[in-house]
Design a protein around this ligand. Sequence first.
Ligand code: ASP
Ligand code: MG
Length: 326
Amino acid sequence: MLYDSIDMLRKRHLLINKPEIIRILKIQDEIVSQIRVFLKKEGFVEILAPIIGPVTDPGIRDAKQVSINYYGTEFKVMSSMILYKQMMINVFPKVFALSPNVRLEPTETIKTRRHLTEFRQIDLEVVNATYKDLIDLGERMLCYVIRKIKQKHGKELREERRQLEVPRRPFKRYEYREVLEILKNFGVNVEYGSEIPWDGEELLSKIHREPFWIMEFPVTARGFYYLEHEEKPGILRDFDLLYPEGFGEAISGGEREYRYERVVNRMVKSGENVADYGWYLEMLKNGILPSAGFGIGVERLTRFICGLENIWDAVPFPKVAGIYSP
Ligand code: ASP
Ligand code: MG
């Protein structure tokens, strides 16, 4: 660990050429390259991620979006490019982007050691796919990347004292309601319908030795763009992947609601201002194909692969909630 105090985090830029940091950044370079290799082999087209726009992903829990003044109108800085990648599905059947996101997380997230206010994710989308297809893709991608890093950076992983195994597939799959039961047995009560809190997630992560999925969140816990199960009303065709050993959330994703009227309905129900989503609704009205996708955080993946205590060691210039830094 490079920090014994938060104060040192403010001076992080002065530590940028420490051998420990260089080692992590080399591994990170390989992680991003290998994800690209994997996705290219799978037939994905890489697109350039938007950075600002009239609206952005509202499904970001307690974090706040960032607004800028764009020639007299309010624009948002992307909290995720979900709306854009979904619209690209009529252009290319499989798309991805290395997308920078900003989310002003509450200051107490510094304690989770896995939240940054500026981070990057590989955001991808697949036409006519189910959430289970995407779960399968996520597993294959994660195993591929871990295998490659072990092959190419075994020495660096040993220097990090990281014992990393390629996980066995298929990963364990829980439904959201099963997870509430597990948490209850540990004395953590989560009200049905709400997001699993960070400490609950960490606890679940700590009791697992391999990555695992949580599927089928209730509609009240997530953004308006996930598709509801036909045969299980109120439940979404979506998922999160959690890393084991206490590293916590890795991936969020699912199938998309793509039918204009239903999207409007869901926006109204979740309290969104429909008028803000003009361009998105226009494109839905013209007809968008069904799709599913997910986003995987690059810094969190780096943290997991390297076995880092703190996410802020997994990025050259970290932005941590409440900390003034370059
Ligand atoms: N990228 C989205 C997010 O940041 C997840 C998704 O693709 O559904 O939550
Ligand atoms: Mg998420």
